[in-house]
Design a protein around this ligand. Structure first.
Ligand code: DCP
Length: 133
């Protein structure tokens, strides 16, 4: 069983960073919270910081667990953590595009199935927290 960790990266004006997947073909074009696989023995927060340095060239401060973990296929468990950029400007190294969305935009994208299926489960929690900011 492997764990995938994703970051709910927020801006100071209450937006959320979404990244558009470029592969595999089944989910290419859909948007996700960026992240990747945790290495054996690696802590979740450390894995997220490493993945976001590799994928977006940013350093983040990692916060609390976002919500329930999601079971993915192929023995993968998906976990999301809140995060805040402390250095760098996000660049799409592996993704097609990046976008900062408002709560309303996030809800619209979820309603029109533009998010990767697994991440859709987090939308209510994401919106609730972002609305409080
Ligand atoms: N995933 C997801 N939602 C996210 C992030 C990832 O559903 N917010 C899924 C997609 C893949 C798996 O998790 O099935 C692994 O994600 P990545 O391909 O982004 O992770 P890595 O880059 O670590 O893995 P790989 O070696 O496969 O490229």
């Amino acid at each position: 069983m492997r764990t995938v960790v994703a970051g709910a990266i927020t801006s100071s004006d209450g937006r959320l960073l979404l990244a558009q997947r470029s592969y595999p073909v089944q989910v290419a074009g859909l948007w996700e919270l960026p992240g990747g696989k945790v290495e054996p023995g690696e802590e979740l927060a450390a894995a997220l910081r490493r993945e976001l340095r590799e994928e977006l060239e940013i350093d983040v401060e990692v916060g609390a667990l976002l919500a329930e973990t999601v079971e993915l296929a192929h023995d993968l468990t998906l976990v999301a953590l809140w995060a805040r950029i402390v250095d760098g400007v996000p660049r799409a190294v592996e993704h097609s595009r990046l976008v900062w969305v408002s709560v309303d935009e996030l809800e619209d994208m979820a309603a029109s199935n533009q998010l990767v299926p697994a991440d859709t489960a987090w939308v209510p929690e994401l919106c609730e927290v972002l609305r409080q900011r």
